[in-house]
Each structure stands twice: as structure tokens, then as C-alpha cells.
Design a protein around this ligand. Sequence first.
Ligand SMILES: *[C@@H]1O[C@H](CO)[C@@H](O)[C@H](O)[C@H]1NC(C)=O
Ligand SMILES: *[C@@H]1O[C@H](CO)[C@@H](O)[C@H](O)[C@H]1NC(C)=O
Ligand SMILES: *[C@@H]1O[C@H](CO)[C@@H](O)[C@H](O)[C@H]1NC(C)=O
Ligand SMILES: *[C@@H]1O[C@H](CO)[C@@H](O)[C@H](O)[C@H]1NC(C)=O
Length: 369
Amino acid sequence: MALISSLFHLCIFVLVAHFATPIVCHERPHQAALFVFGDSIFDPGNNNYINTTSSFQANYLPYGESFFKYPTGRASNGRLIPDFIAEYANLPLIPPYFQIGKKHFDHGVNFASAGSGCLAETARGFVIDLQTQLKYFQNVAQLLKKKVGKTVTKQILSNAVYIFSSGSNEVFAPLSANSTFPYSDTEYLQMIMGNLTTVFKGVYKVGGRKFVMLNLGPLGCVPSVMALNLQKGVTNGSCMDEVTNMAKMFNSALPRMLKHLEKQLPEFKYTIFNTFKVLAESIDNPTKFGFKISETACCGTGPFRGIFSCGGKRQVKEYELCKNVKDYLFFDSVHPTELAYQQLAKLLWNGTPAVVAPHNLKSFFDLST
Ligand SMILES: *[C@@H]1O[C@H](CO)[C@@H](O)[C@H](O)[C@H]1NC(C)=O
Ligand SMILES: *[C@@H]1O[C@H](CO)[C@@H](O)[C@H](O)[C@H]1NC(C)=O
Ligand SMILES: *[C@@H]1O[C@H](CO)[C@@H](O)[C@H](O)[C@H]1NC(C)=O
Ligand SMILES: *[C@@H]1O[C@H](CO)[C@@H](O)[C@H](O)[C@H]1NC(C)=O
């Protein structure tokens, strides 16, 4: 009986993997799908399809030049974390939502949109906010049901891994507002966590069970914020502490929120990647990680190449590009290089609990347990 039932499962899984092919039972473990949500850290080109500004786009050179050889919309010189995770999980590249058409969603979909945050008001009108990303995910779940039926859909969605990168743009938002920023830190954080909770619950309701969240990096130390600090007359080469502190507040609220969800929702599992720890160490000690330069970006202009002009399509048209991108932690004024993303992805995949806890992604993707 056990054998029959496990063979039956294998048949279903093969069916799912090759919708159009006749029923054949291979001895082949099913793979978990990967659904991706969030901001420019994960956006593979969704913003190429919406009305937005070049500030939230990277569909021009030199973006993409090191790997894809053309600008896909990814805000780096090459692949992003979800691209590497897909590779480690033996999945193909996970397509942007706007490219799936009616069929290319078997292995997952990427809904991420550069500039977006946890709040609908963050860059409203220029990005696909997280709530809308959830709606798009609900659409995909409907498409899946039509294709493979309710039972198999449920299985696919509960085996799948849901990965999120969101919150940095809320931390940056007060920088471009002026003294009129309307919220206290505590209020702001409560709204952010509240909205993130709503989205996690929404994905759970559709059938998601395995949630991965990147915490926020030391955002006061990205080249654009360092340059801003310099403009304000603060010491040359120092991070903006109030920005990093807001990221820290987010990072301490995050595990509390997720633990609470775990108590509320049966079978809900989560893991947190400590982006902060890993990036802070790379910034402080770049040579240990194989970089030469961690303060200055490869692409941009001004001090630290911190003016966000990479590609020359935004407000500022001039930009410099470094010769050897492999020496750099940051590609543009805000976003890491492909090499930095690869290091983060490796740790996310099979890092120790010091950087990814309580699960790493290798174990999240393992369906044999
Ligand atoms: C996008 O922007 C263009 C030009 O501003 C406008 O004509 C068009 O209607 C907009 N499309 C949507 C879907 O908002
Ligand atoms: C900054 O403040 C001025 C008035 O002091 C206001 O007109 C402007 O809209 C504010 N800018 C932002 C981005 O909030
Ligand atoms: C979500 O954010 C909005 C502001 O964008 C806020 O008014 C609302 O209360 C938040 N929701 C929750 C559940 O915290
Ligand atoms: C910081 O100071 C050093 C020397 O004190 C100078 O060479 C460098 O250009 C300065 N950096 C920026 C970004 O202004």
C-alpha cells in the first residue's frame, strides 16, 4: 500500500512537470517550485512592463553586461539571488510574472518589482506593490488549478518555497521626503510589519507554507547613502547611522512577527536570512570575501559613485564604470554585484544557523523528509 501510494505520487509529480506528456512513472523526485516577491533585490524585469521611471528600472546597459550580455531589468551586472537559488535547486530561471503567458509557471514565478516596499504607498504609482504581487500570485494559483486540478495545485503550492525581499525602500523613503515625513519610527514599523503580515497570510491562504525572508542590510552604508551623508557635511566615509538603525529595528521586529504567525497558522514554516550580518562583514572586511572595494560602487558618479546614475538614463546623465567589476561589492549606488549576490545565495542555500535560521534553503527544498 505504501509503495502504491508513493508511486502514485511520483506519477502525479511527473504529470505536473510535463503537463502535455502522457502518464509515465519515472523514478524522479518532484522539485519544489520557487515563488519570488519583493523589490529590486529580486526584480528580474517586471518593471520593464509597467509605467514607471528609469529610477526603478535597469533595462539598459551596463546592467546585465557580465552575465546575460543584455539588460534584462535586473539591477546588477548579472544574476540575482533568486537566479542562483533556482540553479542550486535544479530549477530553470524563474520568469518574471509578465513573461509567463498562459503556461510558463510550472517551476514558479517572480513577482518582484524594483522600488516597491511593504507599504502600498511606497513609490505608489511607479511600482507593483506587495499587495498587488499577492493578487498576481492568486492569479497564478487559478491558472494552475485550471491546468492540473485542485489536488495537485494544493500539493505544488504547499511544497513550494516563497521568498521575500522587502522593507529597504521604506527605510530609504524618509531620505527623499523632507522634515514632513509623517510617521514616528514606531508607527512606521508597525504599519510595515502589519502589511507584511497581511501579505504572508494571503500567500498562506492560497496554500503557501514555506516562507523565506531576507532581513535588511546595513542600509546606511550603501554608496548612495554614504554620499548623501557626505553632502550633509558628515565625516568623509561614514555610514548614516539613523538609516542603519531603522534597518536594525526592522530586523528585530521581523522574527517576532514570524514567530507569531507560526503560532497562529498550522504548518506555517519560515526562515530568515541574515543579510545584515553578511553584508556588514563584507563591507568591513572586503578582502576576506574576495573584494577589493566595498565603499565605492562600480557604476555611478560622484563620491563613492553614490549618485544613482548608472547607465545615464536617470536624472544625472554622466556616469563612470569600473574596469574590474569582480573587485566590487556594489555594482551601482544601491545594489550589489553579481558576485556579491552569489555569495549571499550560497549562504542562503546551505549556510549555518548563524546566517540562515531556523532552516537553510537546501532543507526547505528537500521534499524527501
Ligand atoms: C503609461 O504612460 C503613458 C505615457 O505617460 C500613457 O499614455 C499610458 O496611458 C500609461 N499606461 C498606463 C497603463 O497607465
Ligand atoms: C518638502 O517640503 C515642501 C514644503 O516644505 C513640500 O512642498 C514638498 O512637497 C516636500 N517634499 C516631499 C518629498 O515631501
Ligand atoms: C498597512 O499600511 C497602511 C499604510 O500604507 C496602513 O494604513 C495600514 O494600517 C497598514 N495595515 C496594517 C494591517 O498594519
Ligand atoms: C575622503 O577623504 C580622502 C582624503 O582625506 C579623499 O582622498 C577622498 O577623496 C574623500 N572621499 C570622498 C568621497 O570625498
